[in-house]
Ligand binder design. Structure first.
Ligand SMILES: [Zn+2]
Length: 380
């Protein structure tokens, strides 16, 4: 990282990420974690042959003592020789983080937990509790459909006591184009019956009933209001179980407005391809924050244009840093690298054009790197 220009090398709060896989990965498992698809690349093709793959081979290889641009096979082989723990320590230790906020609600049994991530990275780590995952745990734990609404509310309240934020994946499970008012008791009871009837009987617990999801949204919102926690909201790019057009966050305006009334900070995560809509929402609502985490990795050499759109309108006091890394410590490492590089690219130009100076650029970096997260999350 060049030392001239704005101080983009400052420590970052990664306000939304996940744990790394603590065991060795073969080529197929490694490539699966480079993709948001449930399916592998077609026969004869490789996930290394896309923008993210280029970044891994160029910028991660040297941390494993390889020259830039090894083949995918050579990269994964070297990773295996070093061992997962050494690899994870190298990448997480090189991130230059202040602290990590970790969403534990996705495949939590196959990845490092919060204390393990703190130990691997040598930095403080805090838990973000995913609302829909708690609902599924309660259902899996044996609560009946009739018991579910209260059992879920109690368990979410218990988990929230040690969390720094809650998170919802309503976008995956119901889209944003839904009734955003709180459901009444009868709607929740009927929703739990439908969910249990359709899924549990078939051995599935995946929560996708819209009224149960709404119940989670509002139970979570009450806890956030009462405990002073932000609510993280998944937006746009992510797993394939999504109808992208209905995950434009402007569909969720009524809920965001209600949360503004309740003074609950809402952090819109990832946002691609809706980073402009997210920045606009952050401009008009006092409580809305946003990041462009994860997509800076997936866009590789093209990431600067996405950061550019995120900077078009969003107030500097509203953007946050996240990697949204899952599974591979390479993604934690590349997330911070891409964030620093793309932010610097734009600030350098603003300075060259005479619209900004070094002192102002440093203030902007400090707000996005840690200042805004420190304002909304209670991390110490
Ligand atoms: Zn995530």
């Amino acid at each position: 990282m060049p030392t001239d220009g704005p101080s983009v090398g400052v420590p970052l709060i990664d306000h939304h990420c996940h744990g790394v896989v603590p065991r060795n990965l073969d080529r197929r498992a490694f490539e699966a974690l480079m993709s948001e698809s449930y399916r592998p690349a077609p026969e004869g093709a490789s996930q290394f042959d896309k923008p993210l793959g280029l970044l891994v081979r160029r910028h991660c290889a040297p941390l494993l003592d390889l020259a830039p641009f090894p083949s995918g096979a050579a990269y994964v082989e070297r990773r295996g020789d070093l061992g997962a723990e050494e690899v994870n320590r190298r990448f997480l230790g090189a991130c230059g983080l202040d602290s990590l906020l970790i969403d534990t609600g996705h495949r939590g049994d196959s990845i490092a937990n919060v204390p393990e991530m703190a130990a691997l990275g040598g930095r403080p780590a805090h838990e973000v509790v995913r609302i829909e995952a708690v609902a599924e745990q309660v259902a899996r734990g044996g609560a009946s459909a009739a018991e579910f609404p209260q059992a879920f509310a109690d368990e979410l309240a218990r988990r929230a006591r040690t969390a720094v934020a809650l998170k919802t994946i309503v976008a995956y499970r119901a889209t944003f184009a839904i009734d955003q008012t709180p459901p009444d008791r009868r709607e929740v009871a009927r929703g739990a019956d439908r969910w249990y009837g359709a899924n549990m009987a078939a051995g599935r617990v995946r929560l996708d009933d819209v009224d149960v999801v709404r119940h989670g949204l509002w139970a979570g919102a009450e806890l956030c209001r009462d405990l002073g926690l932000p609510l993280q909201i998944h937006v746009g790019f992510g797993d394939p179980d999504i109808y992208m057009h209905a995950c434009d966050p402007t569909h969720f305006t009524d809920y965001l407005r209600a949360m503004e009334e309740w003074r609950v900070p809402c952090t819109l995560l990832h946002n691609y391809p809706f980073q402009r809509e997210a920045a606009w929402l952050a401009e008009v609502f006092q409580n809305v924050y946003y990041d462009v985490g994860v997509i800076l990795n997936f866009a590789g050499p093209q990431a600067a244009s996405i950061m550019g759109e995120a900077l078009e309108m969003g107030p500097f006091f509203k953007q946050l840093y996240s990697s949204d890394a899952f599974g591979l410590s390479e993604l934690h490492y590349l997330g911070q690298l891409q964030f620093r590089r793309t932010l610097k690219r734009h600030l350098d130009r603003w300075i060259a054009d005479g619209d900004c100076n070094l002192a102002e650029a440093d203030r902007i970096v400090a707000m996005i790197a840690t200042g805004n997260s420190n304002r909304i999350y209670t991390l110490r």
